[in-house]
Write a protein that binds this ligand. Structure first.
Ligand SMILES: [Zn+2]
Length: 97
């Protein structure tokens, strides 16, 4: 009977131990992923499953005609959240006229 109780106690302890280890592993993985994504536009990690945007494939809207194009194909003015994008030299001229 005592053996049986000790067996249950040990398995409970083992379970708690495994859960703790698993929690640490998960936290380490999440930390690694979030630090890898940090280079993107600044956003809190509360978002969770946001796909990591890369500079070449992020679509930007031309402020003049509304066309969406990859950021690398556009002319950019300004920096950070105040940047504006033009799809072509024509649109750039229109915006300045
Ligand atoms: Zn345009």
């Amino acid at each position: 009977m005592l053996r049986y109780l000790i067996g249950i106690l040990i398995s409970l302890l083992a379970l708690t131990f495994i859960r703790a280890i698993w929690g640490i592993i998960q936290k380490a993985l999440v930390d690694e992923v979030t630090s890898a994504v940090k280079d993107g536009p600044a956003q809190s990690s509360a978002g969770g499953t946001r796909p990591a945007p890369t500079a070449d494939t992020t679509l930007r809207k031309c402020v003049t005609c509304g066309t969406y194009k990859p950021e690398s194909a556009m002319t950019r003015y300004g920096s950070g959240t105040k940047s504006v994008y033009f799809c072509s030299a024509d649109c750039e001229k229109k915006a300045h006229s």
